[in-house]
Ligand binder design. Structure first.
Ligand SMILES: Cc1cc2nc3c(=O)[nH]c(=O)nc-3n(C[C@H](O)[C@H](O)[C@H](O)COP(=O)(O)OP(=O)(O)OC[C@H]3O[C@@H](n4cnc5c(N)ncnc54)[C@H](O)[C@@H]3O)c2cc1C
Length: 339
């Protein structure tokens, strides 16, 4: 059966978009080549409201966190799998500079409700209202749902060629679309990331440990530690350097607790220089759209961006300027394309 809309890519972006299309009652299909290279398959799914050495409150989190919580809760109910876990982050200071940054930001009120009390040990502070979304479980259960409904197509799809068959094709192919698709004028950036799976007992299930890297308890006796950042690298080869760095962090964060490394995973993040994701329509082929550039915060942003697409399609609402692909229409490569 012909579908009006085709979504290409069933990573986090395509899954949330397809879900919003299903809720809106659209005629859609979703095509995916398998999750072997999907960064959503290796992502920890952490939503951390305060990140980095400079303790920056995540962009747009006040508005996007409630949207994300509601969307994943709905998906849990529809798919019948647990996906959303409320967490706290135990942010441990690296040095005196960290303490000063926190004190300054608290004094200026920059961190809002997300900066909690000092840890009992006095070695850091609690970040409140964090969460973890189980992305591998989400991808698998959603895939099964759309397969059963006859909406899923498997295999590699030529995104632009599908315009002959559908009113609208939306590219959600992550790194593949950024490197080779029709949106080549967008100034894409890449960052390879690696994580380790650890066998370790006794971690509190609702606490993420964080100092440079993070430790996320994923199930009893199992935790992940990550993630490394190698800007510019796009290969999916696990490295000894990343393993050494993550093992060193595990020794510090787990404070003497015994652990064993049982796995290593690799993925590539797609970013834009302004660190905002990107949605919208191609300047010349306006029936071609995209949702990409989720960077290291896809779990937070994907639900709201998928909602923007549906509002755009049902009511003609323009995309927010901060995420609209139109912000790159001044780039030299796009001027040649503009009608
Ligand atoms: C190590 C690591 C840790 C991370 N941790 C977190 C975290 O804790 N929290 C967080 O929010 N984010 C995290 N991220 C980022 C997160 O992975 C991304 O933001 C998000 O998953 C990107 O999703 P996507 O759907 O855009 O791309 P992808 O997940 O890469 O999905 C793209 C899909 O498109 C398919 N595809 C590609 N080309 C075609 C084609 N031609 N035809 C058909 N199908 C195609 C692929 O097979 C794939 O399934 C992490 C990333 C890495 C690498």
């Amino acid at each position: 059966m012909r579908a009006d809309f085709l979504i290409v890519g069933q990573g986090l972006a395509g899954t949330l978009l397809a879900w919003e299309c299903e809720r809106a009652g659209f005629s859609f299909a979703i095509a995916d080549a398998g999750h072997a290279t999907a960064s959503s398959g290796v992502a920890a799914g952490i939503i951390n409201p305060i990140t980095g050495r400079r303790l920056v409150k995540s962009w747009a989190i006040d508005g996007r966190l409630p949207v994300a919580r509601a969307a994943y809760r709905e998906l849990e109910a529809a798919l019948g799998v647990p996906l959303w876990r409320e967490m706290r982050v135990r942010r441990i200071f690296s040095d005196e500079r960290d303490r000063r940054v926190l004190a300054d930001k608290r004094a200026r009120g920059e961190l809002g409700v997300f900066a909690g009390p000092a840890t009992e040990e006095g070695d850091g502070f609690w970040i409140e209202r964090a969460a973890r979304v189980d992305l591998p479980a989400l991808l698998a259960a959603a895939r099964e749902r759309w397969r059963a409904m006859g909406r899923l197509r498997t295999g590699v799809t030529d995104v632009a060629a599908e315009l002959a068959q559908h009113d609208l094709v939306i590219d959600c192919t992550g790194v593949a679309g950024a490197r080779g698709g029709a949106f080549g004028f967008v100034p894409w950036e890449y960052s390879k990331g690696e994580t380790l799976t650890l066998a370790v007992d006794g971690l509190a299930p609702e606490v993420i440990l964080n100092r440079g890297h993070w430790v996320l308890p994923v199930s009893p006796g199992v935790a992940w530690i990550g993630a490394t950042h190698r800007p510019g690298a796009i290969d999916a080869v696990p490295t000894a350097a990343a393993r050494d760095a993550l093992e060193a962090s595990a020794r510090t964060l787990l404070a003497g607790r015994a652990f064993a490394v049982t796995g290593q995973m690799v993925g590539v993040r797609v970013n834009l220089l302004d660190k905002h994701p990107v949605v919208g329509r191609h300047p010349a082929m306006t029936r071609l759209g995209l949702l990409n550039g989720l960077g290291s915060k896809g779990a937070l942003h994907a639900p709201a961006l998928a909602r923007q697409w549906v509002n755009h399609l049902t009511e003609g609402v323009p995309f927010d300027a901060e995420v609209d692909v139109a912000r790159f229409f001044g780039c030299p490569a796009s001027q040649a394309l503009s009608p």
